[in-house]
Design a protein around this ligand. Structure first.
Ligand SMILES: [Zn+2]
Length: 301
């Protein structure tokens, strides 16, 4: 995902920033599964996913959980943080905080993801998904299981999920929906598409799509820079020499490549020839081309 030098035919002529046709598989003829709207879930799976995100009516009591109230410490802390950080609330004090706390409670009490029960927690622990609560972290030992092992209570997990960290991701959602489907004895996946979310006219058509191989641009003596953030497209004209290409790229006026000097480009073209668009390291954020050349220099020392 970045910048790449390609050696192409000198007369190679393909529009800049347009994905090279040889990189696009033309054999994709599948259609979205209408039964599951491309999600791959069964009807029960879709219903549970909607409950998880609060996209359909949900009550904490339905899962044996207790609704959050404005008096809960975690709610009050979050509301205070939101209010005091927002300039428009400045000076409104406790009234604004109480209003925000009520808003947050309505939001959080409307989604299964903040009201897990012991079964949900067990599924997440079994899938190694609650490291924040079951492990400790320090820079030396990294993640380590708590000793003695700790199985968090649903309340602990639910407070953690509203407390402003990363919270549950889509993998956690999948783990909980899958476990609930197993408990209910209902299928998780859509039977029409076997969970793929798409339908192929035939197995042969799918196989042909999977067997397809990309066709690189015509090789030759030319020098050209490509972006690989998409499937791949040229972002410079074709030049006959590294020096001409470096001169052109050093004049880039926008985007990730702006400000990378001629010498860096030349070293990149003659050296690694591949780099991510942007890199963050001890020196801050800078262009990937710059970083690739620098790390190459370090390697040569
Ligand atoms: Zn389907």
């Amino acid at each position: 995902m970045g910048r790449e030098l390609r050696r192409v035919a000198l007369d190679f002529d393909w529009p800049a920033n347009k994905v090279w046709q040889g990189f696009l598989n033309p054999l994709y003829v599948a259609t979205k599964c209408a039964e599951c709207d491309g999600e791959g879930y069964s009807a029960d799976g879709r219903r549970l996913k909607a409950l998880w995100y609060g996209h359909m009516p949900f009550k904490p009591e339905d899962r044996g959980s207790v609704p959050f109230t404005p008096a809960d410490e975690a709610v009050a802390a979050f509301a205070t943080r939101n209010v005091t950080r927002s300039p428009e609330f400045y000076g409104h004090g406790q009234v604004a905080i109480d209003r925000e706390a009520r808003r947050l409670c309505a939001l959080w009490n409307g989604a299964w993801s903040h009201h897990l029960n012991t079964g949900d927690v067990a599924a997440l622990v079994a899938a190694d998904r609650l490291y924040d609560l079951t492990h400790t972290f320090d820079p030396v030992n990294r993640w380590r299981p708590k000793d003695p092992p700790h199985v968090p209570t649903p309340r602990e997990v639910n407070v953690w999920s509203i407390s402003g960290g990363m919270g549950h991701d889509s993998i956690n959602q999948y783990v909980c929906v899958k476990a609930e489907c197993e408990r209910l004895g209902v299928p998780l996946h859509c039977s029409a598409c076997n969970g793929d979310g798409e339908l192929w006219p035939s197995a042969d058509a799918k196989q042909a799509y999977e067997d397809w191989q990309e066709v690189p641009p015509p090789a030759g003596d030319g020098y050209q820079i490509w972006e690989t953030v998409s499937e791949g497209s040229p972002i410079s004209p074709v030049f006959a020499s590294p020096e001409e290409l470096a001169t052109h790229m050093a004049g880039t006026k926008w985007g990730a490549d702006e400000g990378t000097p001629y010498e860096t480009w030349l070293a990149f073209i003659n050296g690694p020839g591949w780099a991510p668009s942007m890199v963050m390291d001890g020196r801050g954020i800078h262009s990937g081309v710059d970083a690739a050349v620098t790390s190459q220099d370090r390697g040569a020392e």
